[in-house]
Design a protein around this ligand. Structure first.
Ligand SMILES: [Mg+2]
Length: 260
């Protein structure tokens, strides 16, 4: 199905969502409910969208969630989310469900695998002055900033060998960091976990970026995917900018308010 900007079709889709038995409103943050800004930490939900989301959250059988590439702690800050907010961070790797607490959904096998590699890397770090081990929600990072290049390379090689020996790790090399993850999640994975968690019968997902396509890919019949701005998309609908998203959310709150 092609993407449409037709306002009457969007209105129909929103009206359909407003009637949903159990509604999940999932939104990307940057560029979707907040304008893109130069200082990411200063980014905030635009007031009209905030008002609509607050209204929606108070309605029965209605849940609001943010789905972002930002790490969880940063996402909590910019969304000013309280403990009850549903958050998908780090592109689906970090999931915070109702009742606080981070649930990254690691299996026992993944947990054991991660602990085993952590022990290997700790040994390498202890023998490589200046290096550091970072524990991430689903992985480990070996930092070698400031370490002699030859020494750093040797440490990286040992870490790679260890990860290969353990098996099941995705490797990502960055500047002075080598990362190993047991999980490579997407926003789509996060949305599916939320859908199950709240037992949603319909989902709205809006996003502006390439990674949001993973979210549009998991839209079922009756769900509504909204691409914000330009660019290729699998979403059924397209709106221009965060102000248009805010208007859509306001309309949804208005219609659902009458139903609820
Ligand atoms: Mg975005």
């Amino acid at each position: 199905m092609s993407t449409t900007t037709d306002t009457s079709e969007i209105e129909r889709a929103v009206a359909h969502l407003a009637d949903a038995k159990r509604l999940l409103v999932a939104l990307d943050f940057d560029g979707t409910v907040s304008p893109l800004v130069d200082t990411p930490s200063e980014s905030r939900v635009i007031p009209e969208a905030r008002a609509a989301l607050t209204a929606l959250e108070r309605m029965p059988d209605t849940w609001v969630a943010f789905v972002s590439g930002r790490p969880l702690d940063g996402l909590v800050r910019v969304t000013e989310a309280d403990d009850s907010a549903l958050l998908i961070a780090s592109h689906g790797v970090e999931v915070r469900l109702t009742g606080g607490g981070v649930d990254v959904g690691l299996t026992d096998t993944e947990r054991v695998r991660l602990a085993a590699l952590a022990a290997d890397l700790e040994l390498i770090v202890s023998e490589t002055p200046g290096s550091k081990l970072e524990r991430k929600p689903v992985g480990l990072g070996l930092h070698t900033r400031g370490v002699e290049p030859d020494v750093a390379r040797a440490a990286d090689d040992r870490a790679r060998e260890a990860a290969q020996r353990r098996g099941g790790f995705l490797e990502r090399a960055g500047k002075d960091i080598l990362e190993f993850a047991v999980r490579d999640a997407t926003k789509g994975d996060g949305i599916e976990r939320l859908r199950k968690h709240v037992r949603a019968t319909a989902v709205l997902y809006a996003g502006d970026d390439v990674t949001d396509e993973d979210g549009f890919a998991v839209m079922h019949a009756g769900d509504v995917g909204v691409k914000v701005g330009t660019g290729r998309t699998a979403a059924r609908f397209r709106v221009a900018d965060p102000d248009a998203v805010a208007a859509l959310l306001t309309r949804l709150a208005e219609l659902r308010g009458h139903v609820a």
